[in-house]
Ligand binder design. Structure first.
Ligand code: SAH
Length: 231
């Protein structure tokens, strides 16, 4: 049994051709991309590091990591996002190793370990997020860095990330997110600790509907990034 939800992969496959259009369904990812890249770059050495982007989609963060000097492998379970990512990398003259595969499969294949692993906005789309976290832990070097981002689970995140983003502001297609799949930071922490990952820092990303801008903030009640290191 693979830890993949085919209906989730199909959603991203259907939208993939618009991945790099900043006014498309992927607008929120475009907007948060520089923020999260800066957050990661402030906490991990990117230049010259060997990095893995798990669930990389069309490659927004992947190219960002590459542009800051990382040697990057980008993986996604969907063929269409990887196709788009490869095409865009060619246009950007970015040398990125894109593969249609999963973190668990890389562990099986005994892939050489990484200095940095990012798994952003993906855990809320898989059947068992703890297995992804465990695979990331197996793929990262000792003292290597792992970044996860997802959406917290509480009444406020339901209101902002589903009602607000999908039904009021139409930032995302209806049905993009499923409330039950949202993950509390404490849950990521529990799964991470069970596989020798310790929390190093955490940050929120908040959206202001008036200015239509995201910013990094201490408020982790909706979107958040957590940063771990391997013991
Ligand atoms: N991480 C990217 C894309 C997020 S969208 C970003 O933040 O910019 C979520 C992506 O995860 C989609 O491209 C989807 O195909 C992929 N995905 C979902 N389940 C997966 C799995 N089990 N293994 C690998 N990729 C998966």
């Amino acid at each position: 049994m693979k830890n993949i939800d085919p209906s989730e992969i199909a959603k991203f496959e259907a939208l993939a051709s618009r991945w790099w259009d900043p006014s498309s369904e992927f607008a929120p990812l475009h907007q948060i991309n520089p923020l999260r890249l800066d957050y990661i770059a402030g906490r991990a050495v990117l230049d010259g590091c060997r990095a893995l982007d798990v669930g990389c989609g069309g490659g927004l963060l992947t190219e960002g990591l590459w542009s800051r000097g990382a040697r990057v492998v980008g993986i996604d379970a969907g063929a269409a996002p990887i196709g788009v990512a490869r095409l865009h990398a060619r246009q950007s003259e970015a040398e990125i190793d894109y593969r249609i595969t999963t973190a668990e499969d890389l562990v099986q294949q005994k892939e050489a370990s990484f200095d940095l692993i990012c798994c952003l906005e993906m855990l809320e789309h898989v059947p068992d997020p703890s297995l992804i976290i465990d695979a990331c832990s197996k793929l990262v070097k000792q003292n290597g860095r792992v970044f996860f981002s997802t959406i917290n689970r509480n009444p406020k995140s339901y209101f902002f990330a589903i009602v607000g983003a999908e039904y009021v502001l139409n930032l995302l297609p209806k049905g993009t997110h499923n409330y039950e799949k949202f993950i509390r930071p404490s849950e990521i922490d529990r799964w991470a600790r069970a596989c020798n990952l310790s929390v190093s820092s955490m940050i929120g990303m908040t959206y202001n509907p008036i200015t239509k801008k995201y910013k990094l903030s201490d408020d982790v009640s909706v979107n958040f990034i957590s940063h771990y290191y391997k013991n």
